[in-house]
Every structure is written in structure tokens, then in C-alpha cells.
Design a protein around this ligand. Sequence first.
Ligand code: ZN
Length: 174
Amino acid sequence: MTVKTILTEPNKLLRQISQPVDHVGENEQKLMDDMLETMYAAKGIGLAAIQIGFPKRIIVLDLTKDKAERNPMYFVNPTIHSKATEQSTYEEGCLSVPDQFAEISRPKQIEIEYLDYHGEKKLLKAEGLLATCIQHEMDHLEGILFIDYLSKLKKSMIIKKLSKQKTKSERIVV
Ligand code: ZN
């Protein structure tokens, strides 16, 4: 397993629409292993393949806080079957939008269909934090970031800040 570099906004790749996976084989499983390792290393609870530069419809999640009780979840080609009209609100952050947080409302419950780590078709009813995380990650597959739900002004302020941080971190003195 390899820890990969996580792309951060602004980056055109993050805005790309990810393509469906036609077969879950060794390469896809290796990608999922790397995604999970990268997510754990960055102390995140979810990651989409595009965040490490692969435009494939693959998501990994692990909502457990305790290292000893890790519970990785893998979602390939997830699609939403139904959503509740009731909303829940969480303060969201994103590994691709470092150090920025905002309250976002999303449907409280969702029902999804996906393929698991072994390519088996699964159905899942999710609610609360899990439902929010799945929806956040599924947005990545469409090139959407949580800051897209904010006002234009707030979003442009965040992007400006991130661009500044980027030029700083890329600056070297030798
Ligand atoms: Zn994210």
C-alpha cells in the first residue's frame, strides 16, 4: 500500500467527472488499498479516487475514530436510489480543501447501490454522518466540492486563500 499525494483546490482534475468502473479487479483493489492508506495518513474519514488523481467512480470511507477498531468501507460505482426530504447539517471539511470548514445541509437518509471491494452488488441504507459522508464523496465523482454550496463570495475567498497557501508551499529556496 502506498500513501499518495492528495490533490487540493484549485486543481482542474478535482472538477473532472469520474468514469464508471467496468470490472473490480486487482488494479481497482490496489487503488482502493492506496486510497485507504492515503486517507488514514491524512486523518480523513473519506476519500474519492479523483482526490489522488484517478477519475474513477470509487470511494473509501472509515468513520471509526479508534485505530484498533478500523472499519473500512469501499464503494464502487455508487448510485443513489432514494433520498429523504428531511435534511441534516454537519460541519464539513475536505482533504482537498485544507483547513476550511462549513456547515452543509444534505438529505438525512439515503439508499444507495454499489459494488463492494470484491465487485459484489450491494444495497445500503445510510443515515446521519454516514449518509452525509457518502454524499460528500459522491459529489467528488461529479467534480463537486462542498464549497460549491456556499455563497459566491465565501467560495471565492476560500479559493483565494488556498491559492495563496499553494504558492507559498511550492516556493523553495536553495
Ligand atoms: Zn472531500
